[in-house]
Design a protein around this ligand. Structure first.
Ligand SMILES: Nc1c(/N=C/[C@H](O)[C@H](O)[C@H](O)COP(=O)(O)O)[nH]c(=O)[nH]c1=O
Ligand SMILES: Nc1c(N[C@@H]2O[C@H](COP(=O)(O)O)[C@@H](O)[C@H]2O)[nH]c(=O)[nH]c1=O
Ligand SMILES: [Zn+2]
Length: 363
């Protein structure tokens, strides 16, 4: 058993709380003493104990002289919980293996320094690539202040998301649609355009057999055309935030607020200033957004080059039709040189469909 073995265990522990910890990162910790695992822990929810605390509590006095493996640098600031670095020192840990430094300004190497100053041997970089990839949303958010943006698109082989008569249910299989709901569970917010809200009256909730978190529903609706009887306003499943433009009628804003929606009014059209909308969500501590559709909204994210990840679910059918809805509308990129390079991360069969995941390389 070597460092990577225990760090892999810590990464798996971190991943077990996926979709629960935002805006905090996923973190796992394993305490090892004389080749035996004596404590394990994961950060389970924002505001609750950090992974190291769980693992050290479980280890008890076996932590003295032990090694702790942690997927993110132990924090050194007083956030909602006392600093983990202090706890690691108090427990008498003699060696700390860290996957990656915490980019959060209040930590960013201070935790590691604190441990070293206390005479603890610290190594950084064990399975760093995997640790960064697991926390890509958190790292992107800390670096840019913008949520990590994933577009989800379900389409035919020829890239249509509905027939030219507007029929779209269903193109992909139950298996693909369920996988799409896992994407909802792992994102803090889900964005949809007003056309999708009017056409589909979607609930945008996470409906998985085992349950799951329903993301905050963010509707880009410049003129506040969201119907007062929209399903999502009456299911009490998750907040509804509607982003309006300057000309949106005040009386409609008032009645939507009455119906429980939170209205954000921008002084420019949100549909062509999505970066402003994302900055606003970033200020609300939203670290990840799933863009569910439709083609117009997706087209705006593409044109503003805000897409960090693209997940396509492709069904084995060809719909055809010049008027059939494509995966993205809007202005688009004039030249290939402007098209951001991405990398395919995964292709998986889900029933009869194929799922393709691609990511933009983080700068
Ligand atoms: N039409 C298809 C999809 N279409 C998804 C639509 O964009 C819209 O998100 C749904 O109508 C939302 O409904 P609700 O939130 O589940 O109530 N998505 C899919 O994965 N496959 C398809 O075939
Ligand atoms: N979740 C986590 C860490 N999260 C770090 O602490 C910040 C949140 O602090 P707080 O508001 O107190 O929860 C978060 O932004 C990130 O930098 N650190 C750790 O040592 N272990 C953990 O398990
Ligand atoms: Zn901590």
């Amino acid at each position: 058993m070597n460092d990577e073995t225990y760090m892999r265990q810590a990464l798996d522990l971190a991943a077990s709380a996926e979709g629960q910890t935002a805006p905090n990162p996923l973190v796992g910790a394993v305490v090892v003493k004389d080749g035996a695992v004596v404590g394990v822990g994961a950060h389970l929810a924002h505001g609750e104990a950090h992974a190291e605390v769980h693992a050290l509590n479980m280890a008890g006095d076996k932590a003295a002289g032990a090694t702790i493996y942690v997927t993110l640098e132990p924090c050194s600031h007083h956030g909602k919980t006392p600093p983990c670095a202090d706890k690691v020192i108090e427990a008498g840990i003699s060696r700390c293996v860290v996957a990656v430094q915490d980019p959060f300004s209040q930590v960013a190497g201070n935790g590691i320094q604190k441990l070293r100053d206390a005479g603890i041997e610290v190594t950084v970089g064990c399975l760093e690539g995997e640790a960064r990839e697991r926390n890509r949303a958190f790292f992107h958010y800390v670096r840019t202040g913008l949520p990590y943006i994933t577009v989800k698109s379900a389409a035919s082989l020829d890239g249509k998301t509905s027939t030219h008569t507007g029929e779209s249910q269903w193109i992909t299989s139950e298996a693909a649609r369920t996988d799409g709901h896992r994407l909802r569970h792992t994102h803090q917010a889900i964005a949809a355009g007003i056309d999708t809200v009017i056409h589909d009256d979607p609930s945008l909730t996470t409906r998985l057999p085992a349950g799951g978190n329903s993301p905050i529903r963010v509707i880009v609706d410049t003129m506040l055309r969201t119907p007062l009887e929209a399903k999502m306003l009456h299911d009490d499943q998750a907040p509804v935030w509607i982003i309006a433009g300057p000309e949106a009628p005040q009386d409609k804003a008032a009645s939507l607020q009455e119906a429980g929606a939170r209205i954000f009014r921008l002084n420019e059209s949100p549909a062509s200033n999505l970066r402003k909308v994302m900055e606003l969500l970033g200020e609300e501590k939203i670290t990840s957004v799933l863009v569910e559709g439709g083609a117009t909204l997706i087209g705006s994210f593409v044109t503003e080059q805000l897409v960090n990840e693209w997940v396509s679910y492709i069904a084995p059918m060809v719909i055809g039709g010049r008027e059939a809805t494509p995966q993205s509308k809007g202005k688009g990129m004039p030249a290939l040189a402007d098209v951001p390079a991405m990398e395919i991360q995964e292709t998986t069969m889900l029933g009869p469909d194929v799922k393709i995941t691609a990511r933009k390389r983080e700068e």
